[in-house]
Design a protein around this ligand. Structure first.
Ligand code: GLU
Length: 305
């Protein structure tokens, strides 16, 4: 019998602001699961957006985690140091014919969506996050015309051809796309969830200014860091379908997932980095202790806190 993979989880914030209570909850749930199971807890800084991410935020995040008593069991991985890994993944998908350069600007896409909505009198089709799907199909331009435009230096994003990707997986005989979702606790009983990636349309895998995207780098890095359990907020539940699809296409393992509850503000909205009232830095400055934070999050102190 093969040995089960050692429990390894991660907290993966983007250093484009300081941590708030929602991040603290996610980090604490991860670190506590690793402690309970004798596993490994890692930190990854998702800093691909070099215009919004700043070194002082990265330092602040690590400082906030240390204040909470959370120390990673290994080196911190910074995505900005691994652009080559993401480019290699795109090259692989390109060789399979599953990605293409797309030249429409954001405003052209927004204009086409408005046109589509006024022509049909109905809202345009949207992805699970509520963003309109890209109205320009790959078939709108030949591959040769796309290659010529790219060679001439026109700015482009790299999109995944979703229909071709799903068909390629079917031809590879991989069976239906799904993942195992741990219920209740990160290591709780597993439930199989069908991964409906088609709802996301031709997602962007590399941006104009950044040679990767959230979806691509999260998949490459979870594999590179040997993550057995991805423990993150419920807001990323539906995005998991895209991640599972990319894992299959790239021949990477699919971790177990656990999507935990979100911490909401007093009006019932998800916390945001722009709301300084719930930032750990503000709470610390106002004299809060790590135990106060645990209490606010309805978490039990552990022997180490
Ligand atoms: N970097 C993402 C965020 O800050 C989290 C990504 C993940 O956990 O998969 O929302």
């Amino acid at each position: 019998m093969s040995k089960p993979a050692p429990f390894t989880c991660r907290f993966a914030p983007s250093p484009n602001g300081r941590l708030h209570l929602g991040h603290a909850f996610s980090a604490l749930v991860n670190a506590e699961a690793a402690r309970r199971l004798g596993g490994t807890f890692l930190v990854r800084l998702e800093d691909i957006d070099t215009t919004r991410c700043r070194p002082e935020y990265a330092r602040g995040i690590l400082d906030d985690l240390a204040w909470l008593g959370i120390l990673p069991d290994g080196p911190v991985r910074r995505q900005s140091a691994h652009f080559g890994d993401y480019a290699a993944a795109i090259t692989r998908l390109e060789a399979m014919g599953l990605v293409y350069p797309a030249f429409e600007s954001r405003s052209e896409i927004a204009g086409a969506v408005i046109g589509q909505e006024s022509a049909t009198g109905r809202p345009a089709p949207r992805d699970p996050d509520g963003a309109p799907l890209n109205p320009f199909p790959r078939s709108a331009m030949s591959d040769a015309a796309r290659a010529a435009l790219r060679d001439r230096g026109a700015p482009f994003v790299v999109r995944l051809d979703m229909a071709a990707s799903i068909a390629a997986l079917r031809d590879m005989g991989g069976g239906p796309l799904s993942w195992e979702e741990a219920q209740g606790l990160p290591e709780g009983p597993l439930k199989t969830v069908e991964a409906d990636a088609a709802r996301w349309g031709d997602v962007v895998l590399a941006r104009k200014d950044v040679p990767t995207s959230y979806h691509l780098s999260v998949v490459v890095d979870d594999a590179a860091q040997g993550i057995s359990h991805v423990i993150r907020g419920m807001d990323l539940f539906h995005a998991t379908a895209v991640h599972v699809l990319l894992q299959r296409l790239l021949g990477l393992p699919t971790p177990v997932y656990h999507h935990h509850r979100l911490i909401l503000d007093d009006s019932g909205y998800k916390l945001s980095k722009s709301n300084s009232a719930t930032s750990l830095a503000a709470l610390r400055a106002a004299g809060a202790t790590p135990q106060d934070v645990l209490r606010r999050l309805s978490l039990q102190p552990t022997p180490s806190t």
